[in-house]
Design a protein. Sequence first.
Length: 114
Amino acid sequence: MKSSFSILALVLLSFALNAQVPSTIAYQGKLTTPAGIGVNDTVEATFRIYPSETDGTPLWIEHHAELPVFKGLFDVMLGEIVTLSLSFDRQYWLEITINGWTLAPGTKAGIHRT
């Protein structure tokens, strides 16, 4: 009985150790022209995570030289190129730059783990 309890404890411990904060984040977005038409192109994109909406020092930066966009839609796995090692124990702010243009200048989208 004692040995089966020890084995069960080891199995549960291994699950707990593997239940860490994910190292990637799936992100989807839509790019349109000023007329609202979806972009069909490959773009250069840089993603930055900040500790607050107003702090100018990014905690993490990842650059995607060729991000495909089809009918305005794109999806990317943040953390695939540069390890995403933030704790996500609080809210962070995401800024996106596409082809040298920062989207929604002066504002960043809040992200947090739920």
